[in-house]
Design a protein around this ligand. Structure first.
Ligand code: NAD
Length: 437
């Protein structure tokens, strides 16, 4: 069995959609290739006084609908194929949720957990120096992704503004500087960030899932409450678990890179994600955090492997960690009725076929996790227009966008009798081509 790269998977997803569209060879080539690839090698001074070269990327995939938009990932295994795939998915995602932006993505090959705070700051600032000529509010607008945070975005914006000041491109007034803050989204709220951005990806996913459940009228396996297993307990995994818990679903399993936890009795118990997070912060990992009631009780629940979590008999499975988690190896063993893809690229195209045949509804990443980029777009707009919207306004606008995007994809899938991923790609490709044939 060959394992395909995320970019090969992305192209195969596009290929499936193209079969339903009447495109020219030129259009297909244009859609399948990044417009620009930037590779950088930049030095960072370590705490021991030595200098080390780090490798970074920025892929600008498609700008037909607006400035490139996409996160920056810090991970030891980041590579060009992955960043290309993520940038391509961003182009599709921005079109699915109907925001006027294109697709981009960046990454640095680094394990941030091995760096001190000072080293992380110098790495972030130097990466921005390396790519500064190719970003800007109307050119390319990065954001956080795996292992990058609002604090890192603040360092990056500060560095970008310093560069522009040195180049004398801006006057030193607040209005001009605030506009430049639109170069990055996912910033701290007291530094030009939008209220609601941190929670947006998880919140958006919960809106999409609830919109789907209205259509499916899904009955819980063990009674009224639907059961949910979430793989990945970072920003996205935590918030989606919290919002689904708040919406009355039972979170029965959670995991992080070190392992997974399962409630004692899947038929009646559920975790409170807020308590689990508190416990994880205290212990540094999830193992041992069985916070079922109002306190963390070490006698309840058990530790399972990440592999077991994916195969649990639950109603909803939420991959919220990394790519290629559901593949031909385990797709047959998936028992969930719905998969809400909060991570980017968690399902391989071969697994997709198997899940479709099994009648499992897969809400594709380009729809399920598009709440993050939607509120990033709101943040960008607020910075450029000098506004600060209330959290209620942001959440309401997000809800409207997510529900509308879901219905467009759902209708296309029903009309053509296809899976929701292919439907989302068809909708997105049409929108991209409307702007640039
Ligand atoms: P994060 O760094 O905050 O969290 C990632 C989590 O996944 C961590 O808890 C980590 O321990 C866990 N993890 C890593 N490997 C794992 C494994 N093999 N099994 C189980 N857990 C594992 O990152 P995030 O921002 O939450 O992003 C998660 C996913 O969501 C990524 O695919 C990212 O591209 C996607 N995404 C994020 C956003 C966003 O706004 N942050 C938006 C859209 C999509």
């Amino acid at each position: 069995m060959t394992r395909h790269s995320p970019f090969e998977n992305a192209l195969s997803q596009l290929g499936k959609a193209i079969k339903h569209l009447n495109l020219t060879k030129f259009q297909v080539t244009r859609l399948s290739n990044p417009e620009k690839i930037i590779t950088v090698n930049f030095p960072v001074k370590l705490d021991n006084g030595e200098e080390k070269i780090f490798h970074g990327f920025r892929v600008q995939f498609n700008s037909a609908r607006g400035p490139y938009k996409g996160g920056i990932r810090y991970h030891p295994q980041v590579d060009m194929e992955e960043v290309k795939a993520l940038a391509f998915w961003m182009a599709i995602k921005c079109a699915v949720c109907d925001i006027p932006m294109g697709g981009g993505k960046g990454g640095v090959e680094v394990n941030p957990k091995e760096l001190s705070e000072g080293e992380l700051e110098r790495l972030s600032r130097n990466y921005v120096r390396a790519i500064a000529a190719d970003i800007g509010p109307y050119v390319d607008v990065p954001a956080p992704d795996v292992n990058t945070t609002p604090k890192i975005m603040k360092w990056m914006v500060e560095e970008y503004i310093n560069i522009k000041k040195q180049e004398s491109r801006i006057k030193n007034n607040k209005k001009e500087i605030d506009k430049l803050k639109a170069t990055f989204t996912g910033k701290p709220v007291d530094f030009g960030g939008s209220l609601g951005r941190t929670e947006a990806t998880g919140r958006g996913g919960s809106y999409v899932l609830q919109a789907l459940l209205k259509q499916l009228k899904l009955k819980g396996r063990y009674g009224k409450e639907l059961t949910v297993a979430v793989q990945g307990f970072g920003n996205v995994g935590y918030y989606v678990a919290k919002f689904l818990h708040d919406a009355g679903m039972r979170i029965v399993a959670l995991s992080d890179s070190k392992g997974a936890i399962l409630v004692k009795d899947i038929k009646k118990d559920g975790f409170n994600p807020e308590l689990v997070l508190k416990c994880k912060k205290e212990k540094g990992e999830l193992s041992g955090c069985y916070c079922v009631g109002s306190v963390c009780d070490l006698r309840n629940g058990k530790t399972i492997s990440n592999k077991e979590l994916l195969e649990l008999p639950v109603d909803v499975l939420v991959p919220a960690a990394l790519e290629n988690q559901i593949t031909v190896k385990n797709a047959e063993k998936i028992k969930a009725k719905v998969i809400l893809e909060m991570a980017n690229g968690p399902t391989s195209p071969e697994a997709d076929e198997i899940l479709h045949k099994k009648g499992i509804s897969v809400v594709p990443d380009v729809l399920a996790n598009s709440g993050g980029v939607t509120v990033s777009y709101f943040e960008w707009k607020q910075n450029l227009e000098g506004e600060s919207w209330s959290e209620d306004k942001v959440n309401l606008m997000l809800k409207n966008k997510m529900e509308k995007a879901f219905l467009v994809v759902w209708d296309e899938a029903k009309k053509q009798k296809i899976d929701m991923r292919t439907a989302a790609f068809i909708v997105a490709v049409r929108k991209i081509l409307e702007k640039r044939g």
